[in-house]
Every structure is written in structure tokens, then in C-alpha cells.
Ligand binder design. Structure first.
Ligand code: GAR
Length: 317
């Protein structure tokens, strides 16, 4: 299995980053850490990552507006081909542009049992409130601060005489257990057939006048009044492969694609001779924009003229 590429953003000590990094070095980890980046060139976590052979990048945010700074970070993340971003003590408010471009692929760890105590001084506030437990949460990052869907939590008992520092020193142990596990589960989800089908369905059914119908045991997508343009293939005839079958312009393009990237493309058993191509979905780290493009291309080859005519006109502008 290809490992998903994770970039980690830090601002300080980087202990969560190191927990993620060492977990990635276990034999069955579904992800690898391809970059550790920081908005603070002095962040103590940077040399630790570098010592472990992980590429690092630092650029101070000082003197830059939020959008320009985030664009610098974004360019680094794209350059290393990151599939996911893990924020680990990254003390920056993110621009809406940055959040939008990593939507659904950026996680954060926060030292409280969300939705309680968003923002700073989480431990002090939980002690003052008389809570029985503090804790930590890993969540997906959305435009609102510390507000995205929670993916996992660990509670930590607040003991008599607790101070914010004593509590923080225990919560961090819980964080180091939680984050690698949640990240690994999240990344693995990318190879689950059910989840893959839901993603394919989302993109396919977003195309005009598209419907779904099972065909020879596989979920298929067709343009109403037109033909099938995509099939979701799961272990078809026990081939052990989860893939998407779409149309190409013909067997020449099909052969060229397989030649160019034989790990990604394959010739499907029955539709192969008619120029269809199989795209592997089960390798992890799928490029969904690319898959959506294929669906659209195949849709165009199958849709009736009255529908494609409008698209061709729109393309001309
Ligand atoms: C962690 O406790 C993390 O939960 C917190 O910063 C610390 C970073 O420690 N994050 C936030 O407060 C984000 N709102 P680390 O640098 O040792 O991982």
C-alpha cells in the first residue's frame, strides 16, 4: 500500500509532531511524514524533525498578512505532494483560503474536550470551572476556530491541587496516544471501499442528469437517456482491486495511460477492449480532483449532445 503523505505544521516544542513521526515509523503505519514546517524558524521541534531525516521548512509570519503567509506554507505543502496536513501546536489563525484548500484533509489537536474551551488557556479554565476531567481532542479543521467535527478524544482526570501546568503535563501524554491513532484511522478510511464509493458517488452524481444503477453487481453511473460512463469496481471476479472504470478516447489512450502509470491505471477485464480504463482507488492518498476530472471526461463521452453542447459553449468562454 502507498503511504499517505502527511505534512505537520508546528510553532514550538513539537512533541505531538514527534509522536506522529515515530508512530509513522511503525511497520503498519498508513502514513509517512514528508515535511515539518513552522511559522517560527526558532521552533525547537524543527531540529528534532531534521535529526530524524524529515525535510523541514520555516518562514516567519512577521510582516506578512495572513493570506500571503498561508500561501507560502501552502506552496511548500504542495511541493512535497502532501495528502494531509496535521496541525500540532501550530499557533496561527488560518486564512479562509488555506482552510478551504485543505478542507477534509487537515486535522488539529486541541488540549480540551471540545466543544468545551476553544482557544487558549484551556487547562486553567477547566480547573476554575471545577470540571472532573480535562482532556484533548483531534478534529477536522474548518473555518471556525477549534470547531470542526471531532474525530477522537481522551479525557484526563483533574486531581486535587491541580495547576494548569501539572494538568498540561499529563494531557500531553494523552495527546501523544490520541493523535497518531486518529490520524492513522483517518488516512486508512481512504482505502475503505464504502468510503471510496461514497466519494465516487458524490462526484458522479454532481454531473448533470446523472443517475446510479447496479450493473452486473457493480454500482454504475449513467446519464439519463444516455449511457453508463462509470462503474465502481470492488473485488470484481475476486481481483482484489477497488477501482473506478471510466471511458477513454480509445485503446490507444488506454495503452498510453497504463504505460505512463502502471500502478494507477489498469485494463479492466470486460470493458478493456472497448477502451475503458481502470483507475486504482485502493492505494491510499487518492487525488480526488483527478478522479473528478476523469468522471467528467467520461460523462462527456456518454452524454447526449443536448447536454454536452451547453458545456462546449461554456468552455469556449
Ligand atoms: C499541545 O498541547 C496542543 O494540544 C496545543 O499546543 C500544544 C503543543 O505542544 N495546541 C493548541 O493549543 C492549539 N489550539 P507540542 O508542540 O509539544 O506538540
Amino acid at each position: 500500500m502507498t503511504k499517505a503523505k502527511v505534512a505537520i505544521l508546528i510553532s514550538g516544542r513539537g512533541s505531538n509532531m514527534m509522536a506522529l513521526l515515530y508512530a509513522s515509523r511503525l511497520p503498519d503505519s498508513p502514513y509517512e511524514v514528508v515535511l515539518v514546517a513552522s511559522n517560527d524558524p526558532e521552533a525547537p521541534g524543527l531540529p528534532l524533525a531534521a535529526a530524524e531525516g524529515v525535510p523541514t521548512f520555516a518562514h516567519s509570519h512577521k510582516g506578512l498578512d495572513r493570506v500571503s503567509f498561508d500561501a507560502i506554507m501552502d506552496a511548500q505543502l504542495r511541493a512535497v505532494g502532501a495528502d494531509y496536513v496535521a496541525l500540532a501546536g501550530y499557533m496561527r489563525i488560518l486564512s479562509t483560503e488555506f482552510v478551504a484548500s485543505w478542507e477534509g484533509r487537515m486535522l488539529n489537536i486541541h488540549p480540551s474536550l471540545l466543544p468545551k474551551y476553544k482557544g487558549l488557556d484551556t487547562h486553567g479554565r477547566s480547573i476554575v470551572a471545577g470540571d472532573s476531567h480535562a482532556g484533548c481532542s483531534v478534529h477536522l479543521v474548518t473555518a471556525e476556530l477549534d470547531d470542526g467535527p471531532v474525530l477522537g478524544q481522551v479525557p484526563v482526570k483533574i486531581v486535587p491541587g491541580e495547576t494548569p501546568d501539572s494538568l498540561a503535563s499529563r494531557v500531553v501524554f494523552a495527546e501523544h496516544q490520541l493523535y497518531p491513532k486518529v490520524l492513522a484511522d483517518f488516512v486508512r478510511r481512504d482505502t475503505h471501499p464504502e468510503w471510496l464509493l461514497s466519494k465516487v458517488r458524490e462526484f458522479a452524481l454532481a454531473l448533470p442528469e446523472t443517475e446510479e444503477k447496479a450493473s452486473h453487481g457493480s454500482p454504475g453511473f449513467f446519464v439519463s437517456g444516455g449511457k453508463f460512463f462509470a462503474y465502481f469496481s470492488y473485488n470484481h471476479h475476486h481481483d482484489g482491486v477497488t477501482g473506478l472504470l471510466v471511458k477513454t478516447s480509445g485503446v490507444e489512450e488506454q495503452a498510453m495511460l497504463i504505460d505512463r502509470d502502471p500502478d494507477l491505471y489498469y485494463r479492466p477485464a470486460y470493458l478493456g477492449p472497448s477502451g475503458w480504463i481502470g483507475i486504482r482507488l485502493d492505494r491510499g492518498g487518492n487525488d480526488w480532483e483527478h478522479i473528478a476530472d476523469w468522471l467528467q471526461k467520461s460523462w462527456r463521452l456518454s452524454a447526449p449532445k443536448r447536454l454536452t453542447k451547453m458545456m462546449n459553449i461554456a468552455d469556449a468562454f
